[in-house]
Design a protein around this ligand. Structure first.
Ligand code: NAD
Ligand code: IPM
Ligand code: MN
Length: 357
């Protein structure tokens, strides 16, 4: 069976880490005899916007909907296109129209990488953030009134639906059930945001009834961020609304030394539409063009994509390969964010060579 993969590099370091993501993907495909048909797209980037005045062609949905997965780099180039235009015109459309309602973001302290938290070693930080990915605080419901006057008002609603919240909670509980610790943490802010957040807590309680083996903790988001730093070992599966999940999934990887290694899977669990795999990080304009971005976030996303497509062994081989290369700790290979003076390409090539065996 051939898997059709839509490849979209995007902007900035997205264009630099994508070749290394593909190198790893192709090495794994060769080793495990997986047949991939890669289709490359230049849209969903600010270069495309410069040429066409929009982020996506009118028929983007038709062009992508039959792919088995989408492999994305990063998007955004605020110098030329305001972020809310580039992001709402691309990535956020994909997540919504393809109903990728789970954003699964592993957070793991990898061997050979130094945590900024004192005395933390591999094994101490190993959890998943399960982020609601299609509704919540990311809503287009709202507006502006009395613009330009001193009575100006802006409103943006948080939208939570029972279907939308229950389905992501179910995913998170199912995941927690498969983990040795069977522990689920829910992030809310029910003391201050007194309608949506207490309601989320009620939905967690209602879902928890079906999972008697899973222990459930609820934290307000403010102290939860503190506990990510103080006690990252407490966490196993952390489920959160769209915005809280976004914040936690940068903070978690920062506690593991660099956001450059963090992957994500934007999943449409029922398989009606393609799921999308991308690093957690953005286009990093501050380092773009220098060839020093860490490609592991992109490479690990390739592993998650292969696992999603049913190739657990190939996904695991990719993870084993980057863990081995990180453990070796050769500074001429590693990128600066993990203590080396190598490049995106030296690290990507070393990982691909490992995958090849
Ligand atoms: P960012 O993730 O691009 O960068 C934050 C910091 O992390 C920067 O200092 C950057 O150099 C560093 N960093 C990021 N990835 C790295 C890597 N692979 N290796 C080493 N260092 C890395 O976040 P930002 O600066 O807030 O956003 C830049 C642009 O990217 C904006 O346009 C933003 O909207 C967009 N963005 C896109 C996505 C996405 O495509 N999913 C995610 C986040 C931000
Ligand atoms: C992410 C990003 C996006 C988000 C932005 C760029 C819209 O930060 O994928 O985490 O907030 O979802
Ligand atoms: Mn983010």
């Amino acid at each position: 069976m051939t898997h059709r993969i839509a490849v979209i590099p995007g902007d900035g370091i997205g264009k630099e880490v994508m070749p290394e993501g593909l190198r790893a993907l192709e090495a794994a495909a060769r080793r495990f005899g997986i047949d991939l048909a890669l289709e490359h797209f230049d849209f969903a980037s600010c270069d495309y916007y410069a040429a066409h005045g929009q982020m996506l062609p009118d028929d983007w949905f038709e062009q992508l909907k039959d792919a088995d997965a989408i492999f994305y780099g990063a998007v955004g180039w605020p110098e030329t296109v305001p972020d809310h235009i580039s992001l709402w015109g691309s990535l956020l459309q994909f997540r919504r129209r393809f109903d990728q309602y789970v954003n699964l973001r592993p957070c793991k302290l990898l061997p050979g990488v130094k945590s900024p938290l004192a005395d933390r070693k591999p094994g101490d930080i190993d959890f998943y953030v399960v982020r609601e990915n299609t509704e919540g605080e990311y809503s287009s419901v709202g507006g502006k009134m009395f613009e330009g006057t001193d009575r100006e008002v802006v409103i943006q609603e948080t939208v939570m639906t029972r279907t939308g919240v229950d389905r992501v909670l179910k995913y998170a509980f199912d995941l927690a059930q498969t983990r040795p610790r069977r522990k689920l943490t829910s992030a809310t802010k029910s003391n201050g945001i007194a309608i949506t957040m207490p309601w989320w807590d009620e939905r967690v309680k209602a879902m928890g009834v079906h999972y008697p083996e899973v222990s459930v903790d609820q934290f307000h988001i403010d102290i939860l961020t503190a506990n990510f730093v103080m006690h990252p070992d407490w966490f196993d599966v952390v489920v959160a609304s769209n915005l809280f999940g976004d914040i936690l999934s940068d903070l978690g990887p920062a506690c593991t030394g660099t956001i450059g290694v963090a992957p994500s899977a934007n999943i449409n669990p029922d398989g009606t539409f393609p799921s999308l795999f991308e690093p957690v990080h953005g286009s990093a304009p501050d380092i773009a063009g220098r060839g020093i971005a860490n490609p592991i976030g992109q490479i690990w996303s390739a592993a998650m994509m292969l696992e999603h497509l049913g190739h657990q062994d190939a996904g695991q081989a990719i993870v084993d390969a980057f863990e081995a290369v990180l453990s070796e700790g050769d500074p001429t290979v590693l990128t600066p964010d993990v203590g080396g003076h190598g490049t995106t390409e030296t690290l990507g090539r070393a990982i691909a060579a490992r995958i090849a065996g």
